[in-house]
Design a protein around this ligand. Structure first.
Ligand code: VGL
Ligand code: ZN
Length: 224
């Protein structure tokens, strides 16, 4: 497959969206994703080809509604019903201003212009970089990209079956050309969530590519 019809990563109309590459999602973290740290070097290489980079940070207040510890008698990975729908409960993770919430120290994306923090609302989770889990509170990212005339996003990071998948679907819903670089993501994979995430993304018109295809077509890093 080639990217015929897709803007080059170096084009001003294209952005790399780097999702939640934070210590708590790395091996040893509070919500570790297997092999999450193996992505850092690859994402740094990818980032060197993009003119625009947006980084997201999961950024929860203490006592966030998505934490199992906020609900008596429930455990991490249980599911509950909230006014906005089903919510998986997680170990406390990415608490604002903690080590776990910091980006991986080796992430090296000097061209990143925006770090978007999400999940800050105590009563609403936000897997998506665009729309919180109530599906109406907007993060402002769609407006930012529109203002910058960015119409194509390549999505990488953690976790493929949660924050990457929701962000990619919402990017499509905003009318953006959306490509997920599969080998630059890792999944939590809870009860088949990985397979269903791919099914939903592909149905929504998200394209699945491998980093090799991008490096083959655009071998050179940007010089400036
Ligand atoms: C994430 C679960 C809870 C993610 C964030 O980044 O995929 N998953 N919070
Ligand atoms: Zn979270």
């Amino acid at each position: 497959m080639t990217f015929t019809g897709t803007a080059s990563p170096s084009s001003p109309s294209c952005a790399l969206l780097v999702i939640d590459m934070q210590n708590d999602f790395m091996p040893g973290g509070q919500l570790a994703v297997a092999d999450g740290d193996a992505l850092v070097a690859l994402i740094n290489r990818l980032g060197a080809r993009f003119r625009n980079i947006v980084i997201t940070q999961d950024w929860h207040p203490l006592g966030h509604i998505s934490f199992a510890s906020s609900h008596k008698q429930l455990k991490p990975f249980d599911s509950i019903h909230l006014p906005y729908g089903a919510q998986t409960l997680w170990p406390d993770h990415c608490v604002q201003d903690t080590y776990g919430a910091q980006l991986h120290a080796d992430l090296d994306l000097p061209r990143a212009q925006l770090i978007l923090r999400k999940g800050c609302n105590p009563g609403i989770d936000s897997y998506s970089a665009f729309l919180e889990a109530d599906r109406c509170t907007r993060t402002g990212l769609a407006g930012y990209l529109k203002d910058r005339a960015i119409d194509t996003v390549f999505v990488v990071g953690l976790a493929l079956d949660f924050c990457v998948a929701w962000s990619a679907q919402d990017a499509r819903a905003e009318g953006l050309t959306t490509l997920v670089i599969a080998d630059a993501c890792r999944a939590i994979d809870l009860g088949g969530s990985l397979q269903s995430a791919w099914e939903t993304m592909l149905m929504a018109g998200v394209r699945r590519i491998e980093s090799r295809e991008l490096f083959d077509e655009w071998p050179s890093p940007l010089l400036a």
